[in-house]
Design a protein around this ligand. Structure first.
Ligand code: ADP
Ligand code: MG
Length: 672
C-alpha cells in the first residue's frame, strides 16, 4: 500500500472514519473542485513531502478561485506529484490518534491532544490493541488536558462518543490495526467538535517490525521445578568452576545428582558419566563454553529440561550460536532454559542456584530475566519472610519464555502469587495475553524502562511511545501490579503471601497510628500510591470517644507507644468496624519511641501480639503493620515483631511508602 494522504483517507473512510470531502488533482485543472464547499484546503503530495506544513505544502481557507495560484506557488518550490483539495473542517479540539508497533508487544494505540502542539504537550495515552470501549474512554479521561474535551471554561463538550467510536474503529476488535499489516499510521489532527469528529490528516508508514509468534504446545514444567534427579555438565576435576559450585549447591540441597565428565568417573565426590545421553535425569545444567553448549544439548535425549547457564550467545552479539542451541534442543526433544541464566529454585523440589541451602517451601513464584536479581529476591525475600513455590530464571529466553512459565504457574496449585522481573521479553504479545488471563496476583518489575522507544523517523506517534509507557499500558490493561523497585517487588509479594487467601469483604483503607507528622505523611504516602483514605463513619465517633480517642479523621491518631494501652488499637478497630467494613487496616508504630525510656522490647511485643489477635478476630479485613524507625530497636527485635505478625498472617513494612504500595496493589485484586 502506498502512503499518500488521499489513499490512506480512502481506506479510513471505507472503515467508517469520517474524513473531509475532497478531490485529487494531478494536472492543474481544478474544475473538479466545483462540488466542494468553501472554504477549501489545498495540500500538495509527492514522494518527499512528509510534514507538509513545515515545507509550505498546505494552504488553508482558500476559495475556489485561489486554488490555481496557490498550487502554482507550491509547484514552483516543491517536487509535487499532485494535489488534494478538500473541504475545510470547522475548528475544534485537535487530537492525535496513532498506531505503532512495539517490537515486543505489537500494535499499540495512541491517543492524545494533537495538532501542532502534540510534541510540546506530550499529553497522550497508550493501550495495546485490541482496545475495549472502556479502554477508549479511560484513555481520554487520563489525558492531563482532558477537560478541553469535556467542556472547558463554559464551552460545550466535544462529541466524546464519536471520538470513542473512532478509537474503536482504529484500535478495537477487527479494527484498522488488524488490516494495516505491519504498518504504522497516524491521524493528526483529528478535529473533535460538539457535533462530530473528522480526521483531516492521515499518514501511513509501512514498517517491517517483528511478528509475534503463536504460542507453542504447553509444556509440563513440574519436572523442571521438582526433578527426580539432576545432571551437571562442565564441573572440573582440577580447576573448580561454576559447574563445581552448582554441584556443591545440589549436594547441600540433597537432590539425586550425577556429573557429566568426558573422562572422570567422579567429580568432587559425585558419580560421573561420560555423556548426557547416559544420565537418567529430569534436568541438566550445562556450564561449558558457549561454543560447546549445542553439542552437549544434542545429547539430551530423554532429559525433559536443559538449562544453559553459560553466556556468550545472543546477548553477546552471537545470535547464530543461540539459534544452533535451540535447534539442538529441538533435535533432542528437550526444552531449553536460558541460555545465560542461573536456573531454577524450588525448595519443594530441592532445586537451587543459591548457596546456603534452600529456604522454606511456600506459595510465591518468581520469573526473572536476571539470575543475579532473582538470587537477591530469594535471599532478601526469605529474610523478610517470603517462602517460594517456584523461581525460574530465563536469561535470553531462547526457548522457554516468561509467558509460557506464567501460564503454567497460574495453574500451579502450589503458587498463589507471581512476581516477574523482565527486561526484554521476546514474546511481549504472548506475555501480555498470559498476564491478562492470569488470575493469581501478578507483580511486575521491569528493568530498562527509562530507555527511549523506537526512533521516530516520520511519525510523531513513535517518538511518544517509550518502553516505560508501553509497560504501563500492559499493566493497566492486564490488571497486574507494576512496581518500580526490587524492594516493592518483595513488599507486594509479601502482602499477597500474607493476605492472598484472606477474602476482603469490602473496600476502603483505614490507617491508625500515633499522632503528629507521621500521620500526615501517611496520608500523603497513600495518596501517592493512588489510595484514597475515606473519612471515618460519623456515627462511630461517639464509640471512639468512649475509648478516650478524640477522632480526627483517617489516618486516625491514637496513642501508640511504651506507655500506651496495649489493647487500645484493637479496641478502636473493633469499634470502627462495627460501623463500616474496611478492606485494609494499616497500623503504624514508631519503634524508636519504645526504646527511649528503657531497652525492654516487651511493650512492643505486647503491641504486636495485640495486633495479631485483632487480625485473628477479623478474617474479612487485611491488617498491615508498619514499624517505622525499626533501626532504633536492639538487634533481633524487628525479627521477633515480624515473626509474631507473620504467625497471624500480617505483613510488616519498615516504611509507610512501602506499605502504601503493597496495600494499593492489594486493591487491584479485590476478593469478595
Ligand atoms: P501536516 O503534514 O503538516 O501535518 P496537515 O494535513 O495536518 O499537514 O495540515 C496542517 C494543519 O492544517 C492541520 O494540523 C490542521 O490544523 C489544518 N488542516 C489540514 N487539513 C484540514 C482540513 N481539511 N480542515 C481543517 N483543517 C485542516
Ligand atoms: Mg498533520
Amino acid at each position: 500500500m502506498s502512503a499518500y494522504e488521499h489513499e490512506v483517507k480512502a481506506l479510513l473512510s471505507e472503515a467508517g472514519v469520517p474524513v473531509p470531502r475532497g478531490v485529487v488533482v494531478r494536472d492543474l485543472d481544478f474544475s473538479r473542485a466545483e462540488e466542494l464547499a468553501e472554504p477549501l484546503v489545498l495540500k500538495a503530495f509527492g514522494p518527499g513531502l512528509v510534514h507538509k506544513s513545515d515545507v509550505g505544502a498546505v494552504a488553508l481557507g482558500l476559495s475556489r478561485d485561489e486554488l490555481e495560484a496557490a498550487a502554482a506557488g507550491m509547484r514552483a518550490r516543491l517536487q509535487v506529484a499532485g494535489f488534494l483539495v478538500e473541504e475545510q473542517a470547522d475548528a475544534g479540539v485537535e487530537l492525535i490518534v496513532g498506531l505503532v508497533r512495539d517490537p515486543g508487544f505489537g500494535p499499540v494505540l495512541l491517543a492524545g491532544l494533537g495538532g501542532v502542539w502534540t510534541e510540546a504537550l506530550r499529553d497522550t495515552a497508550l493501550r495495546l490493541c485490541p482496545i475495549s470501549e472502556e479502554d477508549a474512554r479511560r484513555m481520554l479521561a487520563s489525558l492531563r488536558g482532558s477537560s478541553v474535551l469535556y467542556g472547558h471554561r463554559g464551552g460545550p463538550p466535544v462529541d466524546v462518543d464519536a471520538v470513542v467510536k473512532l478509537l474503536m474503529t482504529v484500535g478495537g476488535p477487527g479494527g484498522l490495526w488488524e488490516r494495516l499489516e505491519l504498518g504504522e499510521f497516524e491521524l493528526n489532527p483529528v478535529i473533535a467538535s460538539p457535533s462530530r469528529v473528522i480526521a483531516v490528516d492521515a499518514r501511513y508508514l509501512p514498517s517491517s517490525g517483528p511478528v509475534s509468534g503463536v504460542p507453542g504446545a504447553e509444556a509440563d514444567f513440574l519436572p523442571l521445578f521438582e526433578p527426580r534427579a539432576v545432571a551437571v555438565v562442565g564441573a572440573s576435576t582440577t580447576r573448580p568452576n561454576f559447574g563445581n559450585m552448582f554441584l556443591a549447591f545440589y549436594q547441600a540441597a540433597g537432590v539425586p545428582l550425577v556429573a557429566v565428565h568426558p573422562s572422570a568417573t567422579e567429580v568432587a565426590g559425585v558419580r560421573a558419566v561420560p555423556s548426557l545421553a547416559e544420565a537418567d535425569v529430569d534436568y541438566a545444567l550445562v556450564a561449558v563454553p558457549a561454543e560447546r553448549c549445542a553439542e552437549v544439548v544434542r545429547q539430551a535425549y530423554g532429559v525433559p529440561f536443559v538449562q544453559v547457564m553459560s553466556g556468550g550467545f545472543g546477548e553477546a552479539g552471537r545470535p547464530e550460536l543461540e539459534e544452533e542451541l535451540v535447534e539442538a534442543a529441538r533435535a533432542a526433544g528437550t526444552r531449553l532454559l536460558g541460555p545465560n541464566c542461573m536456573g531454577v529454585y524450588c525448595p519443594r523440589g530441592r532445586q537451587t542456584f543459591v548457596g546456603g541451602g534452600v529456604g522454606p517451601a511456600g506459595s510465591v513464584a518468581l520469573i526473572s530475566q536476571s539470575g543475579g536479581l532473582a538470587g537477591e529476591v530469594i535471599k532478601v525475600g526469605e529474610r523478610r519472610g517470603l517462602a517460594f513455590s517456584r523461581v525460574a530464571t530465563v536469561g535470553n529466553s531462547a526457548d522457554v519464555t516468561p509467558a509460557e512459565l506464567l501460564r503454567w504457574l497460574a495453574r500451579d496449585p502450589e503458587t498463589r502469587a507471581v512476581g516477574l522481573y523482565l527486561e526484554d521479553p521476546r514474546d511481549g504479545r504472548e506475555l501480555y495475553e498470559a498476564l491478562r488471563s492470569t488470575e493469581v496476583p501478578a507483580v511486575l518489575l521491569v528493568g530498562g524502562r527509562s530507555g527511549q522507544g523506537q526512533e521516530a523517523a516520520a511519525s510523531h506517534t513513535g517518538g511518544m511511545v517509550s518502553d516505560r509507557r508501553v509497560w504501563e499500558a500492559v499493566a493497566e490493561q492486564a490488571g497486574v501490579v507494576l512496581v518500580s523497585s526490587q524492594d516493592d517487588l518483595i513488599g507486594v509479594l509479601a502482602y499477597f503471601q500474607a493476605h492472598g487467601s484472606r477474602a476482603a469483604g469490602s473496600d476502603g483503607v483505614l490507617v491508625v497510628g500515633p499522632s503528629g507528622g507521621a500521620s500526615v505523611l501517611a496520608a500523603d504516602a497513600f495518596d501517592l500510591a493512588g489510595v484514597r483514605l475515606d473519612p471515618l463513619p460519623g456515627d462511630a465517633l461517639d464509640a471512639l470517644r468512649g475509648l478516650g480517642v478524640a477522632a480526627t479523621g483517617n489516618p486516625l491518631e491514637v496513642p501508640v507507644g511504651p506507655l500506651g494501652r496495649t489493647a487500645l488499637v484493637p479496641d478502636v478497630i473493633a469499634a470502627l468496624l462495627r460501623h463500616r467494613a474496611y478492606r485494609d487496616v494499616v497500623l503504624h508504630v514508631n519503634v524508636q519511641a519504645f526504646f527511649t525510656y528503657g531497652d525492654t522490647a516487651e511493650p512492643l511485643y505486647a503491641y504486636a501480639r495485640a495486633v495479631a489477635g485483632a487480625q485473628d478476630a477479623l478474617p474479612g479485613t487485611r491488617i498491615t503493620l508498619v514499624t517505622r524507625n525499626g533501626e532504633c530497636a536492639p538487634a533481633g527485635v524487628e525479627d521477633e515483631v515480624r515473626r509474631i505478625a507473620a504467625a497471624a498472617g500480617i505483613p510488616v513494612y519498615r516504611s509507610m511508602e512501602a506499605a502504601a504500595v503493597a496495600v494499593a496493589a492489594g486493591g487491584r485484586y479485590e476478593v469478595a
